[in-house]
Design a protein around this ligand. Structure first.
Ligand code: G3P
Ligand code: CA
Length: 301
C-alpha cells in the first residue's frame, strides 16, 4: 500500500482537532495513560474516524489516531484463503466497487478493489481525492503498522461463517505481542454479538477482555442472573445507546462490568451517557468525544 493512500486523512485531522499530529507518536507509558483516563470516557473510534474517511481503511484509522482516540474499532471478516480483513459486511458490495461474499473471494481479489470511492460519492462534503483507490486492509497489516502504538477493539463478525476466525485472531494478537501484560492497559479488547465466539476465545485465552454485544429491539433491561452469567466470561457489555437509560447503566456498573454503548454521534447524547456513568462509547466522530473529555477534565481540576 502506498504511503499517500495510507495517510489520506492526516491533513483533515489538523482541521478537526488541534492536537498532536505526529504519526505513531501516541505510545504512552501505562501510568500516563491511567492518569489521562481518570475522569474520562474511553473513546472508541467506530470503524476508525468513519464520519470523515471511508470506514475500515487505513485513512480512517490514521485519522482516529491523529485525533488520539483510545481504541481503533475493527470489524472482522475472513477471506476464502483464510485471511482476516477489516470489513463490516459479509459482502464487499457496500464499501468497495466489487461484488460478492468475502468468504468466496481470495485476499488477492479483494486487494484489487477500491474501498474509498464509494465514500466520496455518498458523502461529497467529506470527499477527498486521496480516498480514491484505497485498499481493504488485513488485520495483520493494521497490527504491522501500529503495533503497540495503538489499542484495538476488535469484533468477530459472523463467526458461524468463519469457523477458524477466533484462532487466527489470537494467533495474530500473539504474533504482534498485543496480549495483556501485567499492569498494562488493554491493547486489545474483543467484542461480539456471538456468545459462542467469545466463549471460544475465553477458552483459548482467558486474559483478553471480552465485551458481549447485546441486541435490543426495544427498551433494554437486564436481570441479575444475566449479569452473573455474563461475568463468567465477559469484562463488559455493549449495546445501542438509544435502548438504555440511567438505571440500566447503573445496574451493569454495580455488577462490575464495563458498559460501552454504540454508536454515539452527537454531543448531547455523549454528555448524557457520560452523566449516566458509561465507561466508554463507540463513535464515528472521536474528535467530538475528545473535546467533551477535555472539557470534563478541565472542569474536574
Ligand atoms: O461494535 C459495536 C458496534 O460496532 C456494533 O455495531 O454493526 O457497527 O458493528 P456494528
Ligand atoms: Ca462493530
Amino acid at each position: 500500500m502506498k504511503m499517500t493512500r495510507m495517510f489520506a486523512g492526516a491533513g483533515l485531522a489538523a482541521v478537526l482537532y488541534t492536537g498532536t499530529f505526529v504519526e505513531g507518536a501516541e505510545a504512552r507509558s501505562d501510568k500516563a495513560w491511567d492518569k489521562d483516563r481518570s475522569n474520562q470516557t474511553i473513546n472508541i473510534a467506530h470503524r476508525g474516524a468513519s464520519a470523515y474517511a471511508p470506514e475500515h481503511t487505513m485513512a480512517s484509522y490514521q485519522l482516529a489516531k491523529n485525533i488520539q482516540a483510545d481504541y481503533l474499532e475493527i470489524d472482522l471478516q475472513m477471506t476464502k484463503d483464510g485471511q482476516l480483513i477489516a470489513m463490516h459486511d459479509t459482502t464487499v458490495d457496500r464499501t468497495t466497487n466489487g461484488t460478492g461474499r468475502v468468504k468466496d473471494l481470495t485476499l488477492k481479489e479483494i486487494k484489487h478493489l477500491d474501498a474509498g470511492s464509494w465514500f466520496n460519492v455518498k458523502y461529497p462534503e467529506q470527499a477527498r481525492k486521496l480516498y480514491e483507490g484505497l485498499a481493504v486492509p488485513t488485520l495483520e497489516e493494521i497490527f504491522q503498522h501500529y503495533g503497540r502504538n495503538a489499542n484495538y477493539y476488535i469484533e468477530t463478525k459472523s463467526p458461524t461463517l468463519y469457523p477458524n476466525m477466533e484462532t487466527e485472531l489470537l494467533r495474530l494478537i500473539k504474533k504482534y505481542d498485543l496480549q495483556p501484560k501485567r499492569r498494562s492497559l488493554h491493547s486489545v479488547i474483543i467484542q461480539s454479538f456471538s456468545k459462542e465466539s467469545l466463549l471460544n476465545i475465553h477458552e483459548q485465552n482467558p486474559d483478553i477482555p471480552l465485551v458481549q454485544l447485546i441486541s435490543y429491539g426495544s427498551k433494554a433491561t437486564i436481570s441479575t442472573e444475566q449479569l452473573q452469567e455474563l461475568k463468567r466470561y465477559a469484562t463488559g457489555v455493549g449495546m445501542n445507546y438509544r435502548m438504555i437509560d440511567e438505571v440500566y447503566v447503573q445496574k451493569v456498573k454495580e455488577a462490575g462490568l464495563w458498559i460501552h454503548p454504540y454508536t454515539v454521534n452527537n454531543r448531547t447524547d455523549m454528555e448524557r451517557l457520560i452523566q449516566w456513568g458509561v465507561d466508554g462509547m463507540f463513535t464515528d466522530q472521536p474528535d467530538q468525544l475528545k473535546i467533551i473529555n477535555r472539557m470534563q477534565m478541565r472542569m474536574a481540576r
